[in-house]
Design a protein around this ligand. Structure first.
Ligand code: NAD
Length: 302
């Protein structure tokens, strides 16, 4: 039978990643603060009441948690990983910023356990298919030990040896992704207002130099069919942009354009859109302009 692994946080990303570990034959223990999140694992995995219980059973534990506070609670809070004897390594797949990654690594190191900073990109569909970009920073021996698990989730990119460095890469990625979605929303609304068919417009841009993750993926799959089910909440995108700007501020790096992108997403959250899917931000530009970016996407772009 397979080795024991644990997983804490079975949300949009954690659920499919934990499922892939099961499919690979690993024995799994899981926990989540939402009782309904563990239900799909009943009968297939050990259901635990706390992260500490997971870590008492499995020497390697993964976390996919929404915020820096949730990561710190799972590691150092009551019933947290740091209470468990026997934990070898915690692999944090969350986007929580470099300060949290370093703090968590330090807490665990004091308990004799290792930590890998391993945020991911590629969305829910990438998590389901095992095609995520897994950005990893940590000691080379831990990276080597955990590589087989990480390759279950996607392609592994080792970006450094210090926990926190992978967070920087992930936050940079999400600033680019958030910028692409915001700016694509503006230009697509402009095109529709000028009477252009949005599917034809995307086809042309995707053959040109403006192609990006929003024109190639989110607009054809989520926006044109008005599906809005990419599986990433606007509040979490806003959290990532805020973390990225805080990293830049601390490092003394300018963020002229990053600040504008942050402001765009902040407006959407302030309007009450935090719980919406992030692909729905186009609605706020549509509302201003009085048009909708809708239609059947060209088959080759879906
Ligand atoms: P989510 O909100 O869907 O899932 C988070 C899960 O963690 C929830 O099930 C929640 O109940 C659980 N949780 C919260 N606090 C907990 C605690 N103290 N103990 C145990 N469980 C707890 O979020 P998500 O979209 O799955 O994202 C998870 C992380 O991955 C975030 O850091 C996010 O930024 C990042 N991420 C998300 C995506 C995406 O497309 N959704 C892509 C890449 C990275």
């Amino acid at each position: 039978m397979g080795e024991r692994v644990g997983f804490v946080g079975l949300g949009n990303m954690g659920r499919p990643m934990a499922q892939r570990l099961l499919e690979r034959g690993y024995e799994l223990a899981v926990c989540d603060v939402r009782p309904e999140a563990v239900e799909p694992f009943r009968g297939r995995a050990r259901i635990c009441g706390s992260a500490a219980e997971v870590a008492r059973w499995a020497p390697v534990v993964f976390g996919s948690l929404p915020t820096p506070d949730a990561v710190r609670a799972v590691v150092a809070g009551p019933g947290g990983l740091a209470e468990a004897e026997g934990l070898d390594v915690y692999v944090d797949l969350s986007t929580a910023g470099s300060r949290t990654a370093r703090a968590v690594a330090e807490t665990l190191r004091a308990r004799g356990a290792g930590m890998l900073d391993a945020p991911v990109s590629g969305g829910v569909s990438g998590a389901e298919r095992g095609t995520l970009a897994v950005m990893v920073a940590g000691p080379p021996d831990l990276v080597a030990r955990c590589r087989p698990y990480l390759e279950t989730f996607g392609r592994v990119f080792v970006v450094g040896e210090e926990p926190g460095q992978a967070q920087i890469v992930k936050l940079a990625n999400n600033l680019l992704s958030g910028a692409a979605l915001a700016l694509t929303s503006e230009v697509m609304v402009l095109g529709v207002k000028a009477g252009v068919d949005p599917a034809r417009m995307l086809e042309a841009i995707n053959a040109g130099t403006g192609r990006n993750s929003a024109t190639a993926d989110k607009f054809p799959r989520q926006v044109l069919p008005r599906r809005f089910q990419a599986g990433f909440k606007t509040a979490l995108m806003y959290k990532d942009l805020s973390l990225c700007l805080a990293e830049a501020e601390a490092a003394g790096v300018p963020m002229w354009l990053g600040s504008a992108v942050h402001q765009f997403w902040r407006y959407v959250v302030a309007r009450g859109g935090g719980d919406e899917d992030f692909s729905a931000v186009v609605r706020y530009v549509e509302e201003w302009a009085g048009v909708q970016v809708a239609g059947a996407a060209a088959a080759e772009s879906v």
